[in-house]
Design a protein around this ligand. Structure first.
Ligand SMILES: Nc1ncnc2c1ncn2[C@@H]1O[C@H](COP(=O)(O)OP(=O)(O)OP(=O)(O)O)[C@@H](O)[C@H]1O
Length: 223
């Protein structure tokens, strides 16, 4: 099975040169295979966000390597990292981070246009994605006019808009009540399965984690 993501010997310490360094990751190895959905479960402060930021090319490790689709991205400059992020990665955060002044559909179309997709193709894909998450009738609503669960479903569509190779999600349903969280998570899993996506999903929720292919723990020292 081919690997979409591979982290090799990744270490990260915050405030290394200051009086109170915090070692978060120490020699961490991790891989996500094509089509695999991996849960990252760990206590608060163990380093889930740090790991997702490094895997998502938003931060660099102090040592170790990050490979996406077999390509070593460790030493790349900002531009190449931005390009790889835009083409190969989709992000979902605990809070949706939708652009408030744009409609649901526009929030999903914009990243596609940034990737030079034609307006027509972007609009068609957006309609399809909104339809899949049951929000076709809310396409023209702005985020403030949507419920929390609806906003998060729009955020899922936005993360998938550019057909990324890997989806990285940080507590994607963490801000929703348990019932909505469960429902919205089901939508996310259906989307991921239907599109054959690989995903690394950080969650505190063990019941949700059990529904993924594999569960990885983090102790904060890389084990
Ligand atoms: N910029 C920073 N400078 C110093 N310490 C930091 C910085 N960012 C994170 N930390 C520390 O690193 C540790 C890991 O943080 P991280 O956000 O990765 O944890 P997490 O597992 O995602 O936590 P949570 O589940 O609470 O979101 C924490 O102890 C945090 O205080």
């Amino acid at each position: 099975m081919s690997e979409v993501l591979r982290l090799e010997g990744v270490s990260k310490t915050y405030g290394k040169d200051g009086p109170a360094p915090v070692e978060v990751l120490h020699g961490l190895d991790l891989s996500v295979a094509r089509g695999e959905v991996v849960a990252l479960v760990a206590p608060s402060g163990a380093g889930k966000s740090t790991l997702l930021h490094i895997a998502g090319l938003l931060d660099t490790p102090d040592s170790g390597r990050v490979l996406l689709n077999g390509r070593d991205l460790t030493g790349l400059g900002d531009r190449a990292r931005t390009e790889a992020r835009r083409q190969e990665l989709g992000f979902i955060y605990q809070f949706h981070h939708l652009l408030p002044e744009f409609s649901a559909a526009e929030n999903i179309i914009l990243p596609q246009l940034a990737n030079a997709t034609s307006q027509r193709a972007a609009a068609e894909r957006t309609t399809d994605l909104l339809d899949r998450v049951g929000l076709a009738h809310r396409a023209d609503h702005r985020p403030a006019q949507l419920s929390g669960g609806e906003q998060q479903r729009v955020a899922f569509c936005r993360a998938l808009a550019n057909t990324p190779a890997l989806l990285l999600a940080d507590e994607p349903t963490g801000n929703l009540d348990p019932e909505t969280s469960d429902r919205v998570f089901e939508v996310l899993m259906t989307l991921v399965r239907e599109t054959g996506l690989s995903a690394l999903i950080a969650t505190h929720n063990h019941a949700l984690a059990e529904r993924m292919d594999r569960v990885i723990g983090l102790t904060g020292t890389g084990s």
